[in-house]
Design a protein around this ligand. Structure first.
Ligand code: MRU
Length: 365
């Protein structure tokens, strides 16, 4: 998608063929900074510090991280150690482990001298497939938006609420939750997005508002607690969020606060959709609350916020008393019963074992 009118992906192989370029998302929206990652440790740090974040993007980054490790040492021992190091960087999104397993399975049977090149090629394939998958999500999600548009007064926008950033910045391009929104916007279908700020890391305020703004999609930033009120007043036509892991029965892990939005949507009869690429489905787990590991991040993300001052300098300030202890679970689980549908690249599935198996019999097996 666009940054200052220029088409940009979130991750790419540099022209030297041996380093990986990313947008440093910890600096957005205040500064657009591209960073070159040249080692597995730099990739692991980029993932854990959230220079790259969002389930599909950390999968793509992990894949390139393995390739960088194999370029230095292509042995079996190096492959296993690199896989373990990268998988530990963030535990909730299954896409990371999925991408690492895929690259490892591709290179393990090869002679060591061919491994690095094959790993780079596999990482590139993962990136290209992610873009194609997200285009599919966009096509299927667009139909839902079009159906709602038909029920509205001519010219009245369809109002979508989204949480966190499941936009193109969270993927390689186009995004998951935002892909139907961009598809609608490209067809001149009036659309407007309520963007939850998404404390503590403010992915909504910093990233979703940034990318929607660059694309010219009308949007309004709201505090995380506004959603229920807006739904009670008929101001939200549908919710679309992304996800870090969907279980075999359709439970959905996503950014902390998603569950509360789903409860409010249920209470107000607002459709609650989750957009996901198929690598986000983890058929090995059933009960999301019990089985999905929830990342616990530093309390400093809660006690401090960053913003830009009048002088144009980015500042980080403390918003709680000095010795306040903060808890920071980064994700929560929305049970399948609260999910209206799962928007995937193959169509919209019911959030249930049957619904997922019907669309992905190959993966379920
Ligand atoms: O902590 P983050 O910013 O990596 O969390 C991102 C989300 O929760 C997204 O909604 C999810 O990864 C889906 S991205 C298409």
């Amino acid at each position: 998608m666009l940054i200052e009118g220029r088409h940009t992906r979130t991750i790419w192989l540099e022209d030297d063929g041996e380093s990986v370029g990313i947008l440093d998302q910890t600096k957005l929206p205040f500064h657009v900074i591209r960073v070159k990652l040249t080692s597995i440790n730099a990739v692991a740090h980029a993932i854990s510090s959230m220079q790259v974040r969002g389930a599909p993007l950390i999968g793509a980054a992990g894949a390139y991280g393995l390739a960088l490790a194999l370029a230095v040492d292509p042995s079996d021992a190096s492959l296993s150690a690199a896989h373990e190091l990268l998988a530990r960087a963030r535990p909730t999104a299954i896409n990371l482990r999925w991408a690492l397993d895929r690259v490892a399975a591709r290179v393990r049977p090869l002679a060591t001298k061919s491994r690095a090149q094959a790993a780079f090629a596999e990482a590139k394939a993962i990136c290209d497939e992610d873009v194609a998958i997200n285009e599919g999500i966009g096509r299927h999600g667009l139909k839902l938006i079009e159906a709602i548009a038909k029920t509205k007064k001519p010219g009245a926008p369809v109002n979508v609420l989204t949480h966190c950033n499941a936009g193109w910045l969270a993927t390689v391009d186009r995004g998951t939750a935002t892909s139907p929104i961009y598809a609608a916007h490209e067809q001149d279908l009036p659309i407007h997005v309520f963007v939850d700020e998404t404390r503590p890391r403010n992915q909504g305020a910093y990233l979703t508002c940034f990318e929607l703004g660059e694309e010219g999609v009308p949007h309004t930033l709201i505090v995380d607690n506004s959603g229920g009120h807006l739904m009670q007043h008929g101001l939200v036509d549908l919710v679309i969020v992304g996800t870090d892991r969907v279980t075999a029965r359709g439970d959905v892990a996503n950014k902390i606060g998603t569950y509360l939005k789903a409860l409010a949507a249920k209470d107000n009869g607002v459709p609650f959709y989750v957009a996901l690429p198929s690598p986000t489905i983890d058929f090995s787990v059933e009960d999301g609350v019990r089985d999905i590991p929830i990342e616990e991040r530093s309390g400093e993300e809660v006690t401090h916020v960053a913003g830009i001052g009048e002088d144009g300098e980015v500042e980080r300030v403390r918003i709680a008393p000095e010795r306040t202890k903060a808890a920071n679970p980064a994700f929560d689980v929305t049970p399948a019963r609260l999910v209206t549908g799962l928007i995937t690249e193959r169509g919209v599935a019911q959030a249930s074992r049957e619904g997922l198996r019907a669309l992905f019999p190959d993966r379920a097996a």
